[in-house]
Write a protein of this length. Structure first.
Length: 117
């Protein structure tokens, strides 16, 4: 199983970034996918999740209306579009795959997002 995140970087407040996660080694379409983040000195938290099929989503209150999670079951990828970024969004962002909703089985290595002027 491999999850590889792409797209992190440095962005100014109010800017946008799109994270991508390429998945391999498991039946992608059968897994719920999610993005989590961990800032220095803080616990890892769920940012957004999407169901295996049907496109059901869930977001942390702190990102609702600014972030959008999506997936491409043909290309085994999940995305996180992040708009109106704030300094408090600064964290390492991790991709996750879970066989059951709310269960987090496989993790990527993470990608750093820094929001700063």
């Amino acid at each position: 199983v491999q999850l590889v995140e792409y797209g992190g970087g440095l962005v100014q407040p109010g800017g946008s970034l799109r994270l991508s996660c390429a998945a391999s080694g498991f039946t992608f379409r059968r897994y719920h996918m999610s993005w989590h983040r961990q800032a220095p000195g803080r616990e890892r938290e769920l940012v957004a999740a999407i169901t295996s099929v049907g496109g059901g989503t869930n977001y942390a209150d702190s990102v609702k209306g600014r972030f959008t999670i999506s997936r491409d079951n043909t290309n085994n990828a999940v995305y996180l579009q992040m708009n109106s970024l704030k300094p408090e969004d600064t964290a390492v962002y991790y991709c996750n795959a879970g066989e059951w909703w709310g269960k987090y089985d496989y993790w990527g290595q993470g990608t750093q997002v820094t929001v700063s002027s």
